[in-house]
Design a protein around this ligand. Structure first.
Ligand SMILES: [Zn+2]
Length: 109
């Protein structure tokens, strides 16, 4: 459960940038391979945001699928979940994307 720490760092980063807001929308990109449980993050965000300029902010979360390259068969394919297996059965993969966690944009009232 590191969602609480993530919520705290997102809120800290946003308030560093925009001060006390009020912030209306925070857009995040959380790759499907990041291991972050989005529902849990939403819950933690609401808890941590209480009493800050982000209290009423809507969390808009984009969850792009990951991409991986298989070193055995040379295939490149989308990964939807953290179980890293190529369709050929190999686990010898390079993860190209999907672990990112970033703040895409913030809207202030
Ligand atoms: Zn393969």
């Amino acid at each position: 459960m590191h969602e609480l720490a993530i919520a705290e760092s997102v809120i800290g980063a946003v308030t560093d940038k925009v001060g006390d807001g009020p912030v209306t929308v925070v857009r995040l990109e959380i790759g499907k391979l990041s291991g972050v449980v989005v529902d849990s993050l939403r819950f933690c965000f609401d808890v941590v945001a209480a009493g800050t300029g982000l209290e009423r902010a809507t969390l808009d979360i984009d969850e792009p699928a990951g991409r991986a390259y298989c070193r055995d068969c040379g295939d490149e394919f989308a990964l939807e979940d953290p179980i890293m297996l190529c369709p050929c059965g190999s686990a010898n993969l390079d993860v190209l994307s999907g672990r990112q966690l970033r703040i895409l944009s913030v809207e202030v009232a």
